[in-house]
Write a protein that binds this ligand. Structure first.
Ligand code: OAD
Ligand code: ZN
Length: 263
């Protein structure tokens, strides 16, 4: 199907990055939410909760320090598949929930990418919303400092523009609402489709558009439509199978082997 498609919409979540060494959120045992004991959080999602951040910014800031793009994690074959779909002129858009920036590092052009839960490339104050220098923010986080707003007497907390629970998604998420109407194939990779409004995209594509799921578990409404294809396997295995079926495997391996992160 992807060989004839011209407008492929890709949706991705944390499962896409597990082979890069970043744990996902909800996998029992290995997911981030099962491994936050060191932070004494009242409940796991508190690490992305604005109210909790105000009381104690340190858990989020130490997680952020760990996840900063370009530091230690590298894109994997799954990220390069998205790039290859784009290089074939078939990528309409990639929507990712991931904040690790690995799509960019793999060379996906920013105009093709919607980082729905934000990222580290900008930073702002949570009180007055003044933008702060992302490089200074990064350096402060690396030094383990809590950053305060310098706008007048504000002194609000500054954080990278990662979307917390209860916060609005970036404007860019709403910029391409027509994408679902243009898509002629939807590929969903490595997400539990539990977090809205992101997850809704999978249901907003018209019913006659084929949907392909590459994920360990069946998620969302997959299986309820005639044109759904579900591949429940490890993501790298699924990506490899897809690339082989498309006759793109060699090219994909070449792209990956070059492995020159785009900063
Ligand atoms: P989840 O952890 O909820 O889901 C990851 C999915 O990927 C699960 O269905 C896993 O089974 C699957 N998975 C993980 N590793 C895999 C592998 N190697 N092969 C195949 N499947 C694999 O992550 P998301 O759906 O991305 O929000 O979570 C959505 C949002 O919840 C995140 O963006 C984050 C979190 O709270 C914010 O940061 C605001
Ligand atoms: Zn401020």
């Amino acid at each position: 199907m992807a060989d004839t498609s011209k407008n492929v919409l890709v949706m991705a979540g944390a499962g896409l990055s597990t082979h890069s060494g970043i744990p996902d959120f909800r996998s029992p045992g290995t997911g981030l939410y099962d491994n936050l004991q060191q932070y004494n959080l009242p409940y796991p999602e508190a690490i992305f909760d604005l109210g909790f951040f105000v009381r104690d910014p340190r858990p989020f800031l130490s997680l952020a320090k760990e996840l900063y793009p370009g530091k230690k994690y590298r894109p994997n074959l799954g990220h390069y598949l998205a790039r290859l779909i784009n290089e074939k002129g078939k990528l309409l858009r990639m929507y990712t929930q991931n904040i690790d920036g690995l799509e960019r590092l793999a060379g996906l052009p920013p105009e093709k990418l919607v980082e729905a839960h934000g990222g580290f490339s900008s930073a702002s104050c949570i009180s007055c919303f003044k933008e702060h220098d992302p490089d200074e923010t990064r350096e402060a986080i690396f030094r383990g400092e809590v950053i305060r707003c310098t706008n007048g007497k504000c002194k609000g907390l500054v954080k990278p523009d990662i979307v917390f629970f209860g916060e609005a998604l970036p404007d860019r998420f709403f910029l391409y609402q027509d994408d679902v109407l243009w898509a002629d194939l939807l590929i969903v990779i490595g997400t539990s489709l539990e977090v809205y409004p992101f997850a809704a995209i999978a249901d907003e594509v018209p019913r006659d558009v084929p949907r392909l799921l590459l994920n360990r578990d069946v998620v969302g409404s997959f299986g309820m439509r005639k044109h759904d294809t579900i591949v429940t396997c490890d993501i790298i295995e699924g990506v490899t199978r897809l690339a082989k079926e498309l006759g793109w495997h060699e090219e994909l391996m070449e792209l990956y082997a070059k492995h020159e992160p785009c900063m």
